[in-house]
Design a protein around this ligand. Sequence first.
Ligand code: SAH
Length: 222
Amino acid sequence: MYFRDQRKELVSRLIREGYIRSELVARAFSKVPREEFVPPRYRDYSYHDTPLPTLKGQTISAPHMCAIMCEELDLKPGDIVLEIGTGSGYHAALCAEIVARSDEKNRGHVCSIEIDKDLTKFAYENLKRSGYDLDVSVVCGDGSFNPPFRYEFDKILVTAAAPHIPNRLLKSLKVGGIMVIPIGSEFIQELSVIIKQQDKIVVMRSGPCVFVKLRGINGFSY
Ligand code: SAH
């Protein structure tokens, strides 16, 4: 079966299983070619609903986890999104498809930070090959500490497990903005959905999950 058919089948499955709930997320999953973000030796598994290795023991999240996070972020055309943990660039491309490609007149952007130099290059190459390099900016750095953007974001997506909510990231979130972040130990976490209101921070839990650990100053290790 061709990748295009496999992609279609995966989208139907994620809808059937309740992970994809909105048209925008369904559209993004049917557009972004996951096979372009997977190392060549794992290409045949691109449309299995499972995490896959990127480089150095890091992983590209399972499609259902990307779907849950995209839905919880309530991404809208025009949103400016910050992602911590670019990895392969796949999740950033899904977000870009929603915020920058689903409404011509309302083009948002995704800024993504990756701590590992080789992965930053890997992600950039994947994004360029699949045509998302103008809608996603990738930089190398410690996203847990000081995102190199003087900007407040509509949405923040953290795709590595954090021991607590990094304060610096909360400051980078607009009032009314949403952050999705796995919080817990190095081995298991709770997917947390954080809404920044004018006078308070609301934290909701969206179920257990397992991510690779966040490194850096507000992560588990340097
Ligand atoms: N979103 C990715 C998967 C991310 S895996 C995808 O779609 O493929 C988690 C990534 O977070 C890893 O690539 C890891 O190197 C990166 N990471 C860990 N700590 C980080 C930090 N402090 N700042 C930026 N990236 C970090």
